[in-house]
Design a protein around this ligand. Structure first.
Ligand code: B12
Ligand code: SF4
Ligand code: SF4
Length: 276
């Protein structure tokens, strides 16, 4: 019975054009599976667990939509700004519809907003949401956490946005990716314009991050209709999407020679629709 709900949800996701979906029983927040690739020095506090937010929840279903690499390459720009909003809207709508579907099948369920904050000004004071989709995706076996502080997936590297559904249906969890996808190349940290990511490799995990520097940059870019920044997810070499889009060589971001047509295209996009 439980498996059949799972396969119905997978089928529905396929019909809705959702390429990534993962299942995590809520117990995984309390007892993280041993196969997880990272050892966390601090784990998510209990009040952020799904069973604390919706006590009836038995399983978290995580869905992910890709950030199309050639658009992200123009960032910061109006092009990525628009894509970001399109993905966010779709995630919210699709998770809402999926939760209604599950409820109609006799399994009361609720959707979570893909972000869950009113404005960047709120994050500047407290850069946390009440629930973390990155950790949910991690516990649902969709990927491993990168040096850039977001989840890397085999399919899209860090270029994927997530949201979650809390369901009262008890469903089997998906297998955990037991290896670390991050190569520790530190391209993300070295290209961050506001030094928000640590550039020294040490044992601390997750690596320390200056969230406020990143949020401040986002606030400035928003005033120009160019938010968010996205550089640390653009340069990451991980992800099959690089092969799909023919972008395996990440030196195209740091050098113009040999890649003039790309640089010209990005410059053109940056010149329109947003403030300089
Ligand atoms: C707040 C937030 C931000 C803030 C803070 C960044 C951050 N890393 O938290 C700002 C505005 C800077 C930001 C920027 C970006 N974000 Co953001 N962001 C969020 C948001 C809304 C909440 C994250 C959160 O609070 N998690 C909850 C806590 C529990 O997680 P945590 O902070 O990682 O906590 C850990 C440690 O800090 C530690 N810890 C230590 N002390 C304490 C104390 C307390 C009280 C807690 C709770 C934890 C804690 O324990 C935790 C476990 O490891 C999520 C959406 C969501 N609701 O999940 C998106 C999200 C994480 N962002 C996302 C993305 C893509 C970005 C950007 C790339 C956007 C862009 N610029 O294009 C950048 C990347 C920045 C980066 N390198 O991390 C995606 C990540 C997708 C993925 N592949 O993983 C998410 C999931 C949005 C989405 N719906 O997909 N973001
Ligand atoms: S989104 Fe931009 S500012 Fe924020 S951490 Fe990544 S590169 Fe740095
Ligand atoms: S850019 Fe390199 S160090 Fe950063 S997350 Fe990707 S693989 Fe890891």
């Amino acid at each position: 019975m439980a498996e059949s709900i799972k396969s119905r949800v997978r089928k529905k996701c396929q019909e809705m054009g959702i390429p990534l979906v993962g299942f995590a029983p809520v117990e995984r927040w309390e007892n993280p599976p041993e196969e997880l690739p990272h050892h966390f020095e601090e784990w998510i506090p209990p009040e952020f667990w799904p069973q604390s937010i919706y006590p009836e929840a038995k399983t978290v279903i995580v869905i992910g939509l890709p950030v199309q690499l050639p658009i992200l390459e123009t960032a910061p720009s109006i092009f990525y700004h628009e894509l970001y909003h399109t993905i966010n809207q779709l995630l919210d709508e699709e998770a809402y519809l999926l939760s209604n579907y599950l409820t109609s099948q006799g399994h009361p369920s609720i959707y979570l907003p893909r972000d869950g904050y009113g404005d960047i000004e709120v994050l500047l004071k407290k850069p946390l949401a009440f629930f973390s989709h990155k950790h949910a995706a991690y516990l649902a076996g969709l990927g491993s956490i990168g040096w850039n502080n977001v989840l890397l997936t085999p399919e899209y590297g860090p270029r994927v946005r997530f949201t979650s559904i809390f369901t009262t249906a008890s469903l089997d969890g998906d297998p955990i990716i037991g290896y670390d996808l991050c190569t520790r190349c530190l391209l993300c940290a070295r290209t961050c314009p506001v030094h928000a990511l640590a550039t020294r490799k040490d044992e601390h995990f997750p690596p320390p991050m200056e969230k406020i520097n990143c949020a401040n940059r986002s606030r400035k870019l928003r005033k120009k209709y160019q938010s968010p920044c996205g550089i640390c997810i653009k340069v990451c070499p991980v992800g099959m999407d690089r092969v799909v889009f023919g972008r395996e060589d990440t030196s195209l971001y740091s050098q113009e020679e040999g890649f003039e047509e790309y640089h010209r295209a990005w410059e053109h996009v940056k010149n329109y629709g947003s403030k300089k």
